[in-house]
Ligand binder design. Structure first.
Ligand code: GLY
Ligand code: MN
Ligand code: MN
Length: 464
Protein backbone atom coordinates (compact mmCIF):
# COMPACT_ATOMS: atom_id res chain seq x y z
CA UNK A 1 0.00 0.00 0.00
CA UNK A 2 1.26 3.44 -0.89
CA UNK A 3 2.01 5.90 1.87
CA UNK A 4 -1.50 7.23 2.18
CA UNK A 5 -2.26 6.33 5.76
CA UNK A 6 -3.46 8.58 8.54
CA UNK A 7 -1.08 11.26 9.77
CA UNK A 8 0.66 12.06 6.49
CA UNK A 9 1.75 15.50 5.39
CA UNK A 10 -1.55 17.11 4.53
CA UNK A 11 -3.46 15.46 7.34
CA UNK A 12 -6.18 14.34 4.92
CA UNK A 13 -5.11 10.80 4.33
CA UNK A 14 -7.26 8.41 6.24
CA UNK A 15 -6.60 4.76 6.87
CA UNK A 16 -9.36 3.95 4.40
CA UNK A 17 -9.37 1.77 1.36
CA UNK A 18 -6.87 3.83 -0.63
CA UNK A 19 -4.54 1.23 -2.02
CA UNK A 20 -3.47 2.56 -5.41
CA UNK A 21 -0.99 -0.24 -6.03
CA UNK A 22 -1.35 -3.24 -8.29
CA UNK A 23 -1.55 -5.55 -5.31
CA UNK A 24 -4.85 -4.04 -4.13
CA UNK A 25 -6.87 -7.12 -3.06
CA UNK A 26 -10.22 -5.73 -4.23
CA UNK A 27 -8.82 -5.07 -7.68
CA UNK A 28 -7.18 -8.51 -7.66
CA UNK A 29 -10.57 -10.10 -7.11
CA UNK A 30 -12.30 -8.09 -9.81
CA UNK A 31 -9.58 -8.18 -12.45
CA UNK A 32 -10.13 -11.71 -13.93
CA UNK A 33 -13.72 -10.92 -14.85
CA UNK A 34 -12.60 -7.64 -16.40
CA UNK A 35 -10.02 -9.38 -18.54
CA UNK A 36 -12.72 -11.81 -19.66
CA UNK A 37 -14.94 -8.93 -20.76
CA UNK A 38 -12.09 -7.25 -22.64
CA UNK A 39 -11.32 -10.58 -24.32
CA UNK A 40 -14.95 -11.07 -25.37
CA UNK A 41 -14.97 -7.59 -26.93
CA UNK A 42 -11.83 -8.39 -28.87
CA UNK A 43 -13.33 -11.75 -29.96
CA UNK A 44 -16.29 -9.92 -31.51
CA UNK A 45 -14.09 -7.21 -32.99
CA UNK A 46 -11.65 -9.67 -34.61
CA UNK A 47 -14.50 -11.72 -36.02
CA UNK A 48 -15.96 -8.66 -37.65
CA UNK A 49 -12.80 -7.98 -39.62
CA UNK A 50 -11.91 -11.63 -40.24
CA UNK A 51 -8.60 -11.46 -38.36
CA UNK A 52 -7.09 -14.05 -36.02
CA UNK A 53 -4.90 -11.93 -33.75
CA UNK A 54 -4.94 -8.42 -32.30
CA UNK A 55 -1.47 -6.97 -31.72
CA UNK A 56 -1.93 -4.06 -29.33
CA UNK A 57 0.99 -1.64 -29.19
CA UNK A 58 1.49 0.46 -26.05
CA UNK A 59 3.04 3.35 -27.99
CA UNK A 60 6.40 5.01 -28.34
CA UNK A 61 8.08 7.88 -26.61
CA UNK A 62 7.79 11.12 -28.63
CA UNK A 63 10.80 13.41 -28.89
CA UNK A 64 10.81 17.20 -28.88
CA UNK A 65 11.89 18.75 -32.18
CA UNK A 66 15.69 19.07 -32.45
CA UNK A 67 16.10 17.90 -28.88
CA UNK A 68 16.79 14.74 -26.90
CA UNK A 69 13.92 15.43 -24.56
CA UNK A 70 10.74 13.34 -24.60
CA UNK A 71 7.13 14.31 -24.18
CA UNK A 72 5.29 12.59 -21.35
CA UNK A 73 4.36 9.06 -22.37
CA UNK A 74 0.65 8.52 -23.00
CA UNK A 75 -0.16 4.85 -23.50
CA UNK A 76 -2.63 3.51 -26.05
CA UNK A 77 -5.90 3.12 -24.08
CA UNK A 78 -6.58 -0.24 -25.77
CA UNK A 79 -3.32 -1.50 -24.33
CA UNK A 80 -4.23 -0.11 -20.92
CA UNK A 81 -7.63 -1.80 -21.04
CA UNK A 82 -5.80 -5.13 -20.69
CA UNK A 83 -3.52 -4.29 -17.79
CA UNK A 84 -2.42 -1.31 -15.69
CA UNK A 85 0.81 -0.74 -17.64
CA UNK A 86 0.93 3.04 -17.69
CA UNK A 87 4.70 3.51 -18.06
CA UNK A 88 5.58 0.94 -20.69
CA UNK A 89 6.50 2.23 -24.14
CA UNK A 90 7.36 -0.30 -26.86
CA UNK A 91 5.45 -3.16 -25.27
CA UNK A 92 2.85 -5.28 -27.10
CA UNK A 93 -0.07 -7.51 -26.18
CA UNK A 94 -0.90 -10.27 -28.63
CA UNK A 95 -4.48 -11.36 -28.18
CA UNK A 96 -5.71 -14.54 -29.86
CA UNK A 97 -9.26 -15.74 -29.07
CA UNK A 98 -9.26 -18.71 -26.70
CA UNK A 99 -5.58 -18.32 -25.73
CA UNK A 100 -3.76 -16.71 -22.83
CA UNK A 101 -2.76 -13.23 -24.04
CA UNK A 102 0.94 -12.79 -24.69
CA UNK A 103 2.60 -9.71 -23.22
CA UNK A 104 5.82 -8.64 -24.88
CA UNK A 105 7.24 -6.68 -22.02
CA UNK A 106 9.93 -4.28 -23.10
CA UNK A 107 12.60 -3.90 -20.48
CA UNK A 108 15.58 -2.25 -22.15
CA UNK A 109 19.10 -2.43 -20.77
CA UNK A 110 19.20 1.30 -20.12
CA UNK A 111 21.35 2.98 -17.51
CA UNK A 112 20.07 6.47 -18.42
CA UNK A 113 16.44 5.88 -17.57
CA UNK A 114 14.53 3.69 -15.14
CA UNK A 115 13.39 0.62 -17.06
CA UNK A 116 10.02 -0.97 -16.20
CA UNK A 117 10.26 -3.10 -13.08
CA UNK A 118 9.66 -6.83 -13.05
CA UNK A 119 6.08 -7.58 -14.10
CA UNK A 120 3.74 -8.81 -11.40
CA UNK A 121 0.78 -7.64 -9.39
CA UNK A 122 -2.77 -8.90 -9.74
CA UNK A 123 -2.55 -8.92 -13.52
CA UNK A 124 0.77 -10.70 -14.06
CA UNK A 125 -0.38 -14.33 -13.81
CA UNK A 126 -3.02 -13.76 -16.51
CA UNK A 127 -0.47 -13.24 -19.28
CA UNK A 128 2.16 -15.28 -21.02
CA UNK A 129 4.86 -12.70 -20.33
CA UNK A 130 7.94 -12.56 -22.50
CA UNK A 131 10.51 -10.03 -21.48
CA UNK A 132 12.32 -8.44 -24.39
CA UNK A 133 15.37 -6.23 -24.04
CA UNK A 134 15.69 -5.12 -27.67
CA UNK A 135 12.91 -4.00 -30.00
CA UNK A 136 14.24 -6.34 -32.67
CA UNK A 137 13.41 -9.31 -30.42
CA UNK A 138 9.70 -8.53 -30.68
CA UNK A 139 9.36 -9.81 -34.26
CA UNK A 140 9.91 -13.43 -33.39
CA UNK A 141 7.18 -13.42 -30.72
CA UNK A 142 4.51 -12.15 -33.11
CA UNK A 143 2.28 -14.56 -35.07
CA UNK A 144 4.16 -15.63 -38.20
CA UNK A 145 1.15 -15.02 -40.44
CA UNK A 146 1.19 -11.27 -40.27
CA UNK A 147 -1.73 -10.99 -42.72
CA UNK A 148 -3.97 -12.55 -40.07
CA UNK A 149 -3.08 -9.83 -37.55
CA UNK A 150 -4.49 -6.40 -36.95
CA UNK A 151 -2.35 -3.84 -35.19
CA UNK A 152 -3.94 -1.38 -32.76
CA UNK A 153 -2.01 1.67 -31.73
CA UNK A 154 -0.22 4.75 -32.93
CA UNK A 155 2.63 3.81 -35.23
CA UNK A 156 5.01 6.72 -35.72
CA UNK A 157 7.99 4.61 -36.72
CA UNK A 158 7.00 2.03 -39.38
CA UNK A 159 9.49 -0.46 -37.96
CA UNK A 160 7.20 -0.78 -34.92
CA UNK A 161 4.51 -2.36 -37.11
CA UNK A 162 6.64 -5.45 -37.86
CA UNK A 163 5.08 -5.80 -41.31
CA UNK A 164 1.50 -5.92 -40.06
CA UNK A 165 -0.40 -4.02 -42.72
CA UNK A 166 -3.87 -3.69 -41.20
CA UNK A 167 -3.75 -1.02 -38.54
CA UNK A 168 -6.64 0.35 -36.51
CA UNK A 169 -9.51 -0.83 -38.74
CA UNK A 170 -12.45 1.42 -38.06
CA UNK A 171 -15.11 -1.28 -37.99
CA UNK A 172 -13.11 -3.15 -35.34
CA UNK A 173 -12.54 -0.01 -33.29
CA UNK A 174 -16.27 0.73 -33.41
CA UNK A 175 -16.97 -2.41 -31.37
CA UNK A 176 -14.25 -1.62 -28.83
CA UNK A 177 -15.17 2.04 -28.51
CA UNK A 178 -18.89 1.53 -28.18
CA UNK A 179 -18.52 -1.23 -25.59
CA UNK A 180 -16.05 0.78 -23.49
CA UNK A 181 -18.98 3.02 -22.54
CA UNK A 182 -20.05 0.47 -19.94
CA UNK A 183 -17.54 -0.18 -17.21
CA UNK A 184 -16.64 -3.54 -15.65
CA UNK A 185 -16.62 -4.02 -11.87
CA UNK A 186 -12.85 -3.65 -11.92
CA UNK A 187 -13.05 -0.41 -13.86
CA UNK A 188 -15.68 0.95 -11.48
CA UNK A 189 -13.38 0.14 -8.55
CA UNK A 190 -10.49 1.97 -10.27
CA UNK A 191 -12.73 4.96 -11.00
CA UNK A 192 -13.91 5.10 -7.36
CA UNK A 193 -10.29 5.06 -6.24
CA UNK A 194 -9.44 7.81 -8.75
CA UNK A 195 -12.25 9.98 -7.38
CA UNK A 196 -10.99 9.50 -3.83
CA UNK A 197 -7.47 10.29 -4.89
CA UNK A 198 -8.63 13.50 -6.56
CA UNK A 199 -10.69 14.46 -3.52
CA UNK A 200 -7.56 14.27 -1.36
CA UNK A 201 -6.15 16.93 -3.65
CA UNK A 202 -9.32 19.00 -3.70
CA UNK A 203 -9.39 19.12 0.11
CA UNK A 204 -5.76 20.23 0.26
CA UNK A 205 -6.31 22.79 -2.47
CA UNK A 206 -9.31 24.36 -0.75
CA UNK A 207 -7.27 24.68 2.44
CA UNK A 208 -4.43 26.44 0.60
CA UNK A 209 -6.95 28.76 -1.13
CA UNK A 210 -8.36 29.74 2.26
CA UNK A 211 -4.80 30.34 3.50
CA UNK A 212 -4.18 32.80 0.64
CA UNK A 213 -1.79 30.78 -1.54
CA UNK A 214 -1.12 31.50 -5.20
CA UNK A 215 -2.47 29.30 -7.98
CA UNK A 216 0.97 27.75 -8.36
CA UNK A 217 1.20 26.86 -4.67
CA UNK A 218 -2.34 25.50 -4.60
CA UNK A 219 -1.38 23.27 -7.53
CA UNK A 220 1.69 22.04 -5.65
CA UNK A 221 -0.46 21.19 -2.63
CA UNK A 222 -2.85 19.31 -4.92
CA UNK A 223 -0.05 17.21 -6.41
CA UNK A 224 1.42 16.50 -2.98
CA UNK A 225 -1.91 15.31 -1.60
CA UNK A 226 -2.72 13.08 -4.58
CA UNK A 227 0.84 11.78 -4.84
CA UNK A 228 0.81 12.54 -8.56
CA UNK A 229 3.19 14.69 -10.57
CA UNK A 230 1.77 17.20 -13.04
CA UNK A 231 2.47 14.89 -15.98
CA UNK A 232 0.75 11.96 -14.23
CA UNK A 233 -2.49 13.90 -13.86
CA UNK A 234 -5.14 12.90 -16.42
CA UNK A 235 -5.33 16.52 -17.65
CA UNK A 236 -3.66 19.79 -16.75
CA UNK A 237 -5.08 21.15 -13.53
CA UNK A 238 -7.36 24.16 -13.81
CA UNK A 239 -6.56 26.19 -10.70
CA UNK A 240 -8.25 29.54 -11.20
CA UNK A 241 -8.52 32.39 -8.72
CA UNK A 242 -10.99 35.24 -9.22
CA UNK A 243 -11.72 36.19 -12.84
CA UNK A 244 -9.44 33.43 -14.18
CA UNK A 245 -12.33 31.04 -13.52
CA UNK A 246 -14.06 32.45 -16.61
CA UNK A 247 -11.44 30.85 -18.87
CA UNK A 248 -12.78 27.34 -19.32
CA UNK A 249 -9.42 25.60 -19.63
CA UNK A 250 -7.27 28.06 -17.68
CA UNK A 251 -3.89 26.47 -16.87
CA UNK A 252 -1.52 29.41 -16.35
CA UNK A 253 -0.82 28.92 -12.61
CA UNK A 254 0.10 32.45 -11.53
CA UNK A 255 3.03 32.53 -9.12
CA UNK A 256 1.68 35.28 -6.83
CA UNK A 257 -1.69 35.46 -5.13
CA UNK A 258 -4.04 38.25 -6.25
CA UNK A 259 -4.32 41.35 -4.05
CA UNK A 260 -7.96 40.63 -3.27
CA UNK A 261 -9.23 37.08 -2.94
CA UNK A 262 -12.75 36.49 -4.20
CA UNK A 263 -13.24 33.04 -5.65
CA UNK A 264 -11.62 29.76 -6.55
CA UNK A 265 -12.56 27.37 -9.37
CA UNK A 266 -10.65 24.09 -9.35
CA UNK A 267 -11.10 21.47 -12.08
CA UNK A 268 -8.60 18.77 -11.21
CA UNK A 269 -8.48 15.02 -11.54
CA UNK A 270 -6.39 12.02 -10.67
CA UNK A 271 -5.84 8.59 -12.09
CA UNK A 272 -5.50 5.09 -10.74
CA UNK A 273 -4.19 2.41 -13.12
CA UNK A 274 -5.03 4.72 -16.02
CA UNK A 275 -8.65 5.36 -14.98
CA UNK A 276 -9.44 9.04 -14.51
CA UNK A 277 -11.36 11.29 -12.19
CA UNK A 278 -12.49 14.71 -13.46
CA UNK A 279 -13.85 16.89 -10.67
CA UNK A 280 -14.68 20.58 -10.38
CA UNK A 281 -15.57 22.64 -7.34
CA UNK A 282 -16.00 26.39 -6.88
CA UNK A 283 -15.55 28.32 -3.63
CA UNK A 284 -16.29 31.82 -2.43
CA UNK A 285 -13.61 33.40 -0.25
CA UNK A 286 -15.88 35.42 1.97
CA UNK A 287 -18.60 36.92 -0.20
CA UNK A 288 -22.01 35.60 0.92
CA UNK A 289 -23.68 36.60 -2.34
CA UNK A 290 -21.23 34.61 -4.44
CA UNK A 291 -21.48 31.74 -1.94
CA UNK A 292 -25.27 31.80 -2.41
CA UNK A 293 -24.84 31.67 -6.20
CA UNK A 294 -22.54 28.66 -5.84
CA UNK A 295 -25.16 27.00 -3.63
CA UNK A 296 -27.78 27.58 -6.33
CA UNK A 297 -25.54 26.00 -8.97
CA UNK A 298 -24.82 23.11 -6.64
CA UNK A 299 -28.56 22.50 -6.22
CA UNK A 300 -29.04 22.72 -9.99
CA UNK A 301 -26.25 20.22 -10.55
CA UNK A 302 -27.76 17.78 -8.04
CA UNK A 303 -31.15 18.15 -9.68
CA UNK A 304 -29.62 17.05 -13.00
CA UNK A 305 -27.73 14.18 -11.34
CA UNK A 306 -31.06 13.06 -9.86
CA UNK A 307 -32.30 12.44 -13.39
CA UNK A 308 -29.36 10.27 -14.42
CA UNK A 309 -30.52 6.70 -14.91
CA UNK A 310 -30.40 3.92 -17.49
CA UNK A 311 -32.64 4.68 -20.47
CA UNK A 312 -32.24 8.46 -20.14
CA UNK A 313 -31.15 10.40 -23.21
CA UNK A 314 -28.16 12.53 -22.16
CA UNK A 315 -29.08 15.16 -24.77
CA UNK A 316 -32.27 15.75 -22.81
CA UNK A 317 -30.28 16.24 -19.61
CA UNK A 318 -28.17 18.86 -21.35
CA UNK A 319 -31.26 20.69 -22.66
CA UNK A 320 -32.94 20.45 -19.23
CA UNK A 321 -29.84 22.07 -17.74
CA UNK A 322 -30.38 25.08 -20.00
CA UNK A 323 -33.97 25.34 -18.76
CA UNK A 324 -32.93 25.19 -15.11
CA UNK A 325 -30.13 27.66 -15.74
CA UNK A 326 -32.50 30.10 -17.45
CA UNK A 327 -34.73 30.11 -14.36
CA UNK A 328 -31.68 30.49 -12.11
CA UNK A 329 -30.45 33.50 -14.11
CA UNK A 330 -33.84 35.14 -13.64
CA UNK A 331 -33.97 34.28 -9.92
CA UNK A 332 -30.56 35.84 -9.24
CA UNK A 333 -31.35 38.83 -11.48
CA UNK A 334 -28.64 38.19 -14.04
CA UNK A 335 -31.35 38.02 -16.70
CA UNK A 336 -35.01 38.69 -17.22
CA UNK A 337 -37.63 37.07 -19.44
CA UNK A 338 -39.12 33.63 -19.67
CA UNK A 339 -37.18 30.41 -19.96
CA UNK A 340 -37.95 29.78 -23.62
CA UNK A 341 -36.91 33.29 -24.61
CA UNK A 342 -33.62 33.12 -22.73
CA UNK A 343 -32.78 29.88 -24.48
CA UNK A 344 -33.95 31.00 -27.94
CA UNK A 345 -32.01 34.27 -27.79
CA UNK A 346 -28.77 32.51 -26.80
CA UNK A 347 -28.57 34.02 -23.31
CA UNK A 348 -28.15 30.69 -21.51
CA UNK A 349 -25.51 29.61 -24.03
CA UNK A 350 -23.51 32.79 -23.45
CA UNK A 351 -23.37 32.02 -19.72
CA UNK A 352 -22.98 28.21 -20.17
CA UNK A 353 -21.19 27.57 -23.46
CA UNK A 354 -19.91 24.01 -22.96
CA UNK A 355 -21.55 20.60 -22.83
CA UNK A 356 -23.10 19.13 -19.69
CA UNK A 357 -20.52 16.35 -19.61
CA UNK A 358 -18.91 13.33 -21.22
CA UNK A 359 -18.07 9.68 -20.72
CA UNK A 360 -15.18 9.01 -18.35
CA UNK A 361 -12.77 6.10 -18.19
CA UNK A 362 -9.31 5.41 -19.53
CA UNK A 363 -9.60 8.75 -21.25
CA UNK A 364 -10.97 11.82 -19.49
CA UNK A 365 -13.16 12.45 -22.51
CA UNK A 366 -13.70 8.77 -23.09
CA UNK A 367 -14.33 7.49 -26.59
CA UNK A 368 -17.73 6.63 -28.00
CA UNK A 369 -19.81 9.50 -26.62
CA UNK A 370 -21.48 10.13 -29.99
CA UNK A 371 -21.99 6.48 -31.00
CA UNK A 372 -25.48 5.14 -31.53
CA UNK A 373 -24.34 1.53 -31.85
CA UNK A 374 -21.22 -0.51 -32.51
CA UNK A 375 -21.53 -0.17 -36.28
CA UNK A 376 -20.42 3.43 -36.37
CA UNK A 377 -23.78 5.24 -36.58
CA UNK A 378 -23.54 8.65 -34.94
CA UNK A 379 -25.87 10.72 -32.79
CA UNK A 380 -25.13 14.38 -33.38
CA UNK A 381 -25.41 16.97 -30.60
CA UNK A 382 -28.64 18.99 -30.66
CA UNK A 383 -28.47 22.00 -32.97
CA UNK A 384 -26.88 24.99 -31.28
CA UNK A 385 -24.96 22.74 -28.83
CA UNK A 386 -21.92 21.58 -30.81
CA UNK A 387 -19.72 21.02 -27.77
CA UNK A 388 -21.87 18.32 -26.19
CA UNK A 389 -19.59 15.28 -26.08
CA UNK A 390 -22.18 12.73 -24.95
CA UNK A 391 -25.32 12.14 -26.97
CA UNK A 392 -25.96 8.48 -26.18
CA UNK A 393 -28.81 6.82 -24.39
CA UNK A 394 -27.52 6.06 -20.91
CA UNK A 395 -26.86 2.44 -19.99
CA UNK A 396 -26.18 0.78 -16.67
CA UNK A 397 -22.54 1.09 -15.57
CA UNK A 398 -21.66 3.94 -17.86
CA UNK A 399 -19.62 6.53 -15.97
CA UNK A 400 -20.01 10.14 -17.01
CA UNK A 401 -19.58 13.65 -15.74
CA UNK A 402 -22.30 16.15 -14.90
CA UNK A 403 -20.73 19.62 -15.00
CA UNK A 404 -23.01 22.59 -15.47
CA UNK A 405 -21.38 26.02 -15.40
CA UNK A 406 -22.14 29.71 -15.23
CA UNK A 407 -19.44 32.17 -16.28
CA UNK A 408 -18.88 35.80 -17.25
CA UNK A 409 -17.10 35.29 -20.57
CA UNK A 410 -16.87 38.72 -22.16
CA UNK A 411 -16.21 37.36 -25.63
CA UNK A 412 -19.57 35.55 -25.60
CA UNK A 413 -21.58 38.17 -23.76
CA UNK A 414 -20.38 40.84 -26.22
CA UNK A 415 -21.97 38.84 -29.03
CA UNK A 416 -25.35 39.38 -27.39
CA UNK A 417 -24.98 43.13 -27.83
CA UNK A 418 -27.23 44.24 -30.65
CA UNK A 419 -29.09 40.91 -30.67
CA UNK A 420 -32.49 39.95 -29.27
CA UNK A 421 -30.72 38.67 -26.17
CA UNK A 422 -29.22 42.03 -25.17
CA UNK A 423 -32.27 43.42 -23.41
CA UNK A 424 -32.68 40.23 -21.35
CA UNK A 425 -29.29 40.53 -19.67
CA UNK A 426 -28.86 42.55 -16.50
CA UNK A 427 -25.53 44.11 -17.49
CA UNK A 428 -25.03 45.75 -14.10
CA UNK A 429 -25.21 42.38 -12.35
CA UNK A 430 -22.85 40.96 -14.96
CA UNK A 431 -20.33 43.69 -14.07
CA UNK A 432 -20.60 42.77 -10.40
CA UNK A 433 -20.06 39.08 -11.10
CA UNK A 434 -17.18 39.51 -13.58
CA UNK A 435 -14.35 39.67 -10.96
CA UNK A 436 -15.47 36.29 -9.63
CA UNK A 437 -14.97 34.56 -13.00
CA UNK A 438 -17.41 31.71 -12.94
CA UNK A 439 -18.80 28.61 -11.33
CA UNK A 440 -18.60 24.97 -12.36
CA UNK A 441 -19.61 21.95 -10.30
CA UNK A 442 -18.53 18.61 -11.75
CA UNK A 443 -19.21 15.14 -10.41
CA UNK A 444 -18.38 11.69 -11.77
CA UNK A 445 -21.51 9.59 -11.87
CA UNK A 446 -22.20 5.90 -12.53
CA UNK A 447 -25.48 5.11 -14.26
CA UNK A 448 -27.76 2.59 -12.56
CA UNK A 449 -31.25 1.30 -13.28
CA UNK A 450 -33.54 3.87 -11.69
CA UNK A 451 -30.76 6.15 -10.45
CA UNK A 452 -27.04 6.63 -10.15
CA UNK A 453 -23.99 6.32 -7.91
CA UNK A 454 -22.15 9.59 -7.35
CA UNK A 455 -18.48 8.63 -7.10
CA UNK A 456 -17.43 12.20 -6.36
CA UNK A 457 -19.92 13.09 -3.63
CA UNK A 458 -19.30 9.70 -1.99
CA UNK A 459 -15.58 10.44 -1.94
CA UNK A 460 -16.07 13.92 -0.47
CA UNK A 461 -18.39 12.43 2.19
CA UNK A 462 -15.83 9.77 3.13
CA UNK A 463 -13.03 12.32 3.34
CA UNK A 464 -14.89 14.95 5.30
N1 GLY B 1 -11.46 18.91 -17.14
C1 GLY B 1 -12.02 18.89 -18.45
C2 GLY B 1 -13.44 18.66 -18.42
O1 GLY B 1 -14.09 18.92 -17.43
O2 GLY B 1 -14.02 18.14 -19.32
MN1 MN C 1 -13.28 18.84 -15.49
MN1 MN D 1 -15.25 17.03 -17.49
Amino acid sequence: MEALAAGSAQGYHRAMNLDFSDSNPELAELYPEHLGVVGARFDAALERVGASHAVVFSGSQRMSFLDDRTYPFRPNPHFLSFAPLTRHPLSYIVYTPGETPVLLYYQPHDYWHAAPTEPGGYWGSHFDIRIVHEVDEIARHLPAERHKCVLLGEIEDPSHAFDIERTNPESLLNILHFSRGRKTGYELACLRLASRRAVLGHRAAEERFRAGDSEFDIHRAYCAATRLTGSELPYDNIIALNHNGATLHYTNLELSPPGVLRSFLIDAGAQVHGYAADITRTYSYEDPQFAALIARMDALQLEIVRHVSAGMDYRQLHLSTHRLLAQLLVDVELASGNVDTLIATGVTTAFFPHGLGHLLGLQVHDVGGHMENDSGARIDPPSGHPFLRLTRMLEEDMVLTVEPGLYVIDMLLRRLRGSDGESHVNWKRVEELRPYGGIRIEDNVRVLHGGSENLTRDAFAELH
